[in-house]
Design a protein around this ligand. Structure first.
Ligand SMILES: C[S@@+](CC[C@H](N)C(=O)[O-])C[C@H]1O[C@@H](n2cnc3c(N)ncnc32)[C@H](O)[C@@H]1O
Length: 169
C-alpha cells in the first residue's frame, strides 16, 4: 500500500497534525494542512481551503479527521479538479459526544432524538455515510473497523456523478 502511494504523485494531508502517519514512508512527498500551527504544515482550515486547491496535483488525499469525514469528502467531491484514480483515505470515528450532524439527519433521525440517546442513534451514521458515498459515485470502499473507529479508503472511479451538494462549510 505504502509503495503504491509513493508511486502515486503527491499526498495531500488535509488534517496533518504532527504528521506521524506519513513520517515513516519513504519517497512520499506530502503537502500538509492543519488548523493548528505545526512545524511542517500550512496553517489553515482545510474545509475552507479545499475549493481553492488544485486536487489534480495529488495522487492521494488523507482525511484523518477526529470524527466523521462527511464535510471534507463533500468538499472534495464538489471540487472539479478531483481526478479519477485518486486514492482517498479517511477515518470515521464515533464518540458519544462526537457530532454526526447531517449524516444522521439524512436518515430522519432528529437532533432531539440524537441528544436524548446518542449511543442508540449514532451508529446509524455509518449507514448514511455509505449512502453518501454511493450518491457521489463511490460504489466500492475498503474499511477496517476497530471498536468505534473506522479506517477506510476508496479510489475515485473513472466516471462520477455528484448527487449531493454541500456548501455548508
Ligand atoms: C486525528 S488528527 C491527525 C493526525 C495526523 N494524521 C498525524 O499523523 O499526526 C486531526 C488533526 O486535524 C486538525 N484539524 C481539525 N479540524 C481541522 C480543519 N478544519 N482544518 C485543518 N485541520 C483541522 C487537528 O488540529 C488535528 O491535528
Amino acid at each position: 500500500m505504502a509503495a503504491s502511494l509513493a508511486e502515486n504523485k503527491k499526498v495531500l494531508d488535509l488534517f496533518h497534525g504532527d504528521g506521524y502517519c506519513w513520517a515513516g514512508i519513504e519517497g512520499v512527498s506530502v503537502f500538509g494542512i492543519d488548523k493548528k500551527k505545526t512545524p511542517d504544515a500550512v496553517k489553515g482550515n482545510s474545509l475552507k481551503m479545499i475549493p481553492a486547491l488544485d486536487l489534480s496535483r495529488y495522487g492521494s488525499i488523507d482525511c484523518d479527521v477526529y470524527g466523521v469525514p462527511y464535510k471534507v469528502l463533500g468538499a472534495l467531491f464538489l471540487n472539479g479538479t478531483l481526478q479519477p484514480g485518486t486514492i482517498v483515505l479517511f477515518t470515521f470515528i464515533f464518540s458519544v459526544f462526537g457530532r454526526t450532524g447531517d449524516l444522521t439527519l439524512s436518515l430522519g433521525i432528529t437532533k432531539d432524538q440524537l441528544d436524548a440517546c446518542p449511543s442508540l442513534f449514532r451508529p446509524y451514521a455509518f449507514i448514511a455515510f455509505e449512502q453518501f458515498l454511493l450518491d457521489n459515485g463511490i460504489k466500492k470502499y475498503y474499511n477496517i473497523n476497530v471498536k468505534n473507529k473506522n479506517y477506510g479508503m476508496f479510489i475515485i472511479p473513472g466516471k462520477r456523478e455528484v448527487a449531493n451538494g454541500n456548501d455548508d462549510l
